[in-house]
Structures are given as C-alpha cells and as structure tokens.
Design a protein around this ligand. Sequence first.
Ligand code: NAD
Ligand code: 89V
Length: 344
Amino acid sequence: MTARLKGAVIGCGFFAQNHLHGWADLDDVEIVAVCDVDESKAKLAAEKFGIARVYTSAEAMLATEALDFVDIPTTMETHEALTALAFAHGVPVILQKPFAPDLDGCKRMVAAAAAANVPLMIHEDFRFQNLFRTVREILDSGELGRLTFGRLSWRTGIDVYSNQPYLVHVKRFMIMDVGIHLLDLARFLFGEANGVFCRTQQIKEGIAGEDAATILLSHEQGATSILDFSYATKREPDPFPQTLGEIEGTEGTLIIGADRVLTVHGKDGTRRIAVPHDDRSWTSEPWTQIQDSVVHTQRHFVDSLRRGVEPDTSGRDSLATYALLEAAYLSAARGTLIHPDRLG
Ligand code: NAD
Ligand code: 89V
C-alpha cells in the first residue's frame, strides 16, 4: 500500500462536504478524484478542496483511476450499484449510512464484498464522537459495574427538511435516519440485543414516514435500553444534534448531559467530565461533534485498511444493527416484541 492512500469521493452533496474536509485533515490520504452525476457539484468540490480530476460517472472514474479506496456519501438507494462497481475493480469502500433500504439489501452487499474479497465499512459516526469514546472508556474501567439500564435520547425540532429535502418522501424515515445511529450506539455500549419492541409516530403532517419513535431493547448481557428520538420536539434550547441519556450499572450511574457534560455517580462520589471538541478550523456549531466524528470514522477506516483488519462498523458487523432496525419496523407494524435473530 502506498505511503499516501489515494481515494475518491462519489457524491458531493450536503454531507459530503464534511467528508471532503475530513479527508483533507488526514495527512496520509490524498483524494485524487471526485464524482457526482451533477457535474456542478463535483466541480465545486474539486475547486474547493484542490482535487485533480472530476467525473460524472462512477464507472468511468473506477475504470480510469488507480484507487486505494472510494468513499460513497450518497443516499442509500444508490449504494448497491455503486458498491458493485467498486468491488468489480477490487477497490475498498467506506459507505455512508443508511447502508441499504432493507436488511436484504445489506446482506447482498456484504456477500458481494466477501465474494470480491474487498473491505466494506459503513460510515456510522455516532460511536466515533469524542463523547461516546469517553463513555466507552468509563464503561471499560468497570466503574459502573454490570450494566442494567440505558437510555439514549435524541430529540429536536430543527428543520431537517431544508438540508435534506428527500426525507419528506421516505417511508422509513426516523428509524432509518437517526434511529440507526442509536441502534449502533446501543450495541457499542450495551452489547448485542435479542429483543426489540418499537412504537413509531408521525407527528408532522405531509411527510411519508415516521418522525418519532421509541425502541426498547433487551440486551444479551442483561441490560435494558430505551432509545427515543424525534424530529418533532419543540424545545428551547434545542439540543440538536446531541444524544442525551443515562447509563445505570450495579455500582453507579452515568448521566449524558447537555453540551457534552458527563456526570459519573460512582462508589467514590460524583465527578463531572466536560468532553471537548477537536478544535478543527472548518467545523461549526451545532454540527461540531458530528463533524469531528466524521474524521475519526475516516481515520479508523484508513487504519483498518493499513493494518489489514476488519473495521468496527464493517458491512458484516453492521448486519446486526440493520437486523435491529428491521425488527423495530416489524415490531411497530405488529405491536409485538420481535427477536431479530428469528427474522430469517
Ligand atoms: P445529497 O442528496 O445532498 O447528496 C448526495 C449526492 O450524491 C448528490 O449530489 C447526488 O447528485 C449524488 N449522487 C447520487 N447518485 C450518484 C451516483 N450514482 N454517482 C455519483 N453521484 C451521485 O444527500 P446528503 O444529504 O448529503 O445525504 C447523503 C447521505 O448522508 C444520506 O444517506 C444521509 O443519511 C447521510 N447523512 C449522514 C449524516 C451523519 O451524521 N452521518 C448526516 C447527514 C446525512
Ligand atoms: O445522520 C443523519 O442523517 C443526520 C444527523 C443529524 C442525525 O446526523 O440527520
């Protein structure tokens, strides 16, 4: 593998701007080409980030460029065709969430990556936030004892539809867009889950899918977790895009408070930890914690490629997250508890 990995970005839309900034922050990576079916977006990205070549066809780009990886921050309906192209050229992929419209699509892509022997990582960035790296360290220290309960809460009233207008039309909206982050976090913090109960709500009028949901998970290691998330919550100050909540164990409790303040109630009393941002030149509130996590996700992908190891949120690993998502939608439709391992 070359000293500086040569990568390309397919899709130069809204969130890709964070990806492009992130890659520019990694000294051992060079983005040599960008591609978008909308040429103006690809050209704009190339100019802004000093990228040599512009394409409007991913097929032409992969046939021309010698790439160490491609980054695909497009929306999910394009993922299967674009990953197939990369796999056909033996090029590793980092793919923005959501992985695919349903679990079967995720499984097909994992099988295609395995058949081509090509690494596939899902860009699932919440677990790479500074906040949740710190939470993980506290859990690993054993300070809270055996985990018994967790709540992860993500509620906002921001106008998500102006930056991401396609969300008005998607039938699987809130669990796919935000719930998937919390399902991944729940696995990261509490371990695998074997039971899912979910209730969805559509609060805003005129949208195609649910804009609020509450999920209850039973975890194999004994904890119960509750994930609640909404794009229809009116409150001031609006905590967007913060995940709040609490984690209880047999020896203590951790409160995930606003503005990245953690409060740990342990055997030795109470302490507070203020988790800082990275202080990057291009990040801005309220997005900073997510923007920082984009770079950490990319760093993990590159390090995994260099070491020849499977990344934490590989396509294969992410099947367990998307099985929970599928179970949540089924639970909401049926009104019953679903065991994700029995989905078939
Ligand atoms: P977008 O529509 O703004 O950008 C997608 C871009 O991909 C567009 O410019 C489009 O022209 C291009 N594109 C589509 N098909 C293509 C193809 N075949 N070849 C080349 N280019 C193609 O979308 P967005 O709002 O940036 O969202 C992209 C994804 O990022 C979504 O899946 C969304 O859920 C995700 N997202 C993640 C986070 C996060 O925190 N991780 C935040 C926001 C959005
Ligand atoms: O992930 C997403 O698509 C965004 C969020 C704000 C949750 O990061 O909507």
